[in-house]
Design a protein around this ligand. Structure first.
Ligand SMILES: O=C(O)c1cc(=O)[nH]c(=O)n1[C@@H]1O[C@H](COP(=O)(O)O)[C@@H](O)[C@H]1O
Length: 241
């Protein structure tokens, strides 16, 4: 994939479809892949997915399903009917839940349409090793948990994981190079970390650590001039290539 833009997923974390479309209108022609997370999905309803598809975007529906296997399967069956390109569940739900979710995706995908990628969320990029140890009560190194969750995600038949870009080499080593890595926690040089913990720049994530997809939100959508912020990111990627 030579065009960086195919590998950049813009997180549309807005409270209404109007705000999301207004942002996209300022970035027309450049953004190829968007993410609909809980804020926008719950505000706009499922129809937002087909509307974005009709407008030509690839869509990642990020609802991070985590429930008993039967419920996760049903949720994914319903979501798969919407025609998204990528969806996710929490790997912490375990192999049985993830395998059920995968079955739900297959049941819901409309005949003749490609099955959406199903991705397992390992350890949220806002979580530090200290918080994982002291509040999630998971002992040991955070990287070991991410690698272990990635292995279970693969065992369950999913296509890849969400993790920090910093963990991509380890995930590829553990699960193979074709196992998809989707990485939020992206902060262009000089931008504020905010609530994220395990962050790196777009250049490091895409060019050095070889993440398959990066997810970026506020550094673009919250910029005074989203178009300028986007162009700066693409220019910097081209210059670093
Ligand atoms: O699944 C996700 O997309 C996700 C997982 C994760 O570990 N960390 C994470 O930040 N995300 C999402 O990625 C986006 C990151 O947004 P920014 O921090 O604004 O770039 C948000 O929509 C998060 O919900």
């Amino acid at each position: 994939m030579t065009d960086f833009r195919e590998r950049i997923i813009l997180a549309l974390d807005f409270g209404s479809p109007e705000e999301a479309y207004a942002c996209l209108d300022r970035l027309t022609g450049d953004v190829k892949y968007v993410k609909v997370g809980m804020e926008l999905f719950y505000a706009a309803g499922p129809a937002i997915v087909s509307t974005l598809k009709e407008r030509g975007f690839k869509v990642f529906v990020d609802l991070k399903i985590h429930d008993i296997p039967n419920t996760a399967q049903g949720a994914m069956r319903s979501l798969a009917r919407l025609g998204a390109d990528m969806m996710n569940v929490h790997a912490a739900g375990g192999v049985k839940m993830m395998a059920a979710a995968r079955e739900g995706v297959e049941q819901g995908t409309p005949a003749g349409s490609p099955r959406p990628l199903l991705i397992g969320v390992t350890m949220l990029t806002s979580t530090s090793e200290d918080v994982m140890n002291s509040q999630l009560l998971i002992p040991g190194k955070l990287e070991d948990t991410v690698a272990g969750y990635a292995a279970f995600t693969k065992e369950a038949g999913l296509d890849g994981v969400v993790a920090s870009p910093l963990e991509v080499p380890l995930i590829k080593e553990t699960c193979g190079t074709s196992f998809v890595t989707v990485t939020p926690g992206i902060r262009p040089a000089g931008s504020a970390k905010g609530d994220q913990t395990r962050v790196t720049t777009p250049e490091e994530a895409l060019l050095t650590l070889n993440s398959d997809y990066i997810v970026i939100g506020r550094a673009i959508t919250g910029a005074v001039d989203p178009r300028a912020a986007w162009n700066d990111m693409i220019d910097s990627l081209k210059a670093s290539r």
